[in-house]
Design a protein around this ligand. Structure first.
Ligand SMILES: C[S@@+](CC[C@H](N)C(=O)[O-])C[C@H]1O[C@@H](n2cnc3c(N)ncnc32)[C@H](O)[C@@H]1O
Length: 285
């Protein structure tokens, strides 16, 4: 069977199975089976699949039709122009999370000491560590499995990030100039109604944000007050339905609380500057 035929048949199967973007998915899976880049599919349409390539492709199509996310089959996902390894132990980095990188670069372009809370695959920490010169980059996660993946991604990209296995930022000392976090933010009651690719394949610890989705933010804000230098920035990714609840976590020590919107016009990031005032005095509201 030639690549052209394999692609057409794969696309057809995926479309019949209700998989979104069947053509693109077939291309990605076929490339993975061949261990080739996409350009090869179109520059060598006459390539005859070997038995082993055909077996791999068939297995990947079958797995995708069963609901396994494409990124869990290929074990990689691009984020901010770099390829990240992913596994069932990490959230697949989403394009929306690139807004956190952009917002951080805008509000704190010179941040020398940075912290990523709940790093998952390490996408944010590694990207931020590589996009600017840093004195220190630290990333935490409560999942040891996620930290293994994040360490591998940092090694692969040559990023100097110190990974810490802890609950949020427990045990860390500041000061940091910038803290970023994309914590779990799905309200508990919504978890059963998520797309099954997400609900059944992504780690629950990366999704569930307590009763209203904002519990991790309520816990992170006081940690950020403990760890940020005066004038330092906190940048959150937020779920679109919890903007008001996240805004409410910023008490009187915070200034310039600002929401950013994604390409669909939905609230996606929130940034704020920590201004505690003089030592021993209360922050003025
Ligand atoms: C939504 S995922 C984000 C992953 C990654 N930062 C990204 O943007 O792709 C949230 C991450 O927070 C971690 N996490 C959840 N609760 C945590 C806690 N209490 N302390 C540290 N990390 C936690 C999860 O293991 C998961 O890796």
């Amino acid at each position: 069977m030639t690549l052209g035929t394999a692609l057409r048949q794969g696309q057809q199967l995926l479309a019949q199975g209700g998989v979104a973007e069947p053509r693109l998915t077939a291309e990605v899976l076929l490339c993975h089976a061949l261990r080739r880049e996409k350009i090869y599919l179109y520059s060598h349409p006459e390539h005859e699949l070997s038995t082993i390539e055909w077996l791999h492709y068939g297995r990947y199509l079958h797995e995708r039709l069963k609901g396994k996310p494409t990124q869990h089959i290929t074990r990689r996902q691009e984020f901010f122009g770099r390829e990240f390894a992913v596994s069932a132990e990490v959230l697949i980095p989403r394009p929306e999370t690139e807004h956190v990188v952009e917002r951080a670069a805008r509000v704190a372009p010179d941040a020398a000491r940075i912290l990523d809370i709940g790093t998952g695959s390490g996408a944010l920490a590694v990207t931020l560590a590589l996009e600017h010169v840093r004195e220190l980059a630290v990333a935490t996660d409560i999942s040891a499995g996620a930290l293994r993946v994040a360490r591998e991604n940092a090694r692969r990209h040559g990023a100097a990030v110190a990974f810490v296995h802890t609950d949020l930022a427990a045990g860390l000392c500041g000061p940091f100039d910038l803290i970023v976090s994309n914590p779990p933010y799905i309200p508990e009651a919504e978890i059963p109604h998520l797309q099954h690719e997400v609900r059944d394949w992504e780690p629950r610890v990366a999704l569930a944000g307590g009763a209203d989705g904002a519990e991790p933010y309520r816990r992170i804000a006081p940690e950020a007050e403990r760890l940020l230098r005066p004038g330092g920035w906190l940048v959150f990714e937020i779920g679109f339905q919890i903007e008001a609840a996240v805004r409410a976590v910023f008490g009187p020590c915070w200034r310039d609380v600002e929401t950013g919107y994604d390409l669909a016009g939905l609230p996606r990031v929130m940034s704020a500057r920590y201004e505690p005032g003089q030592r021993g005095t209360k922050c003025e509201s």
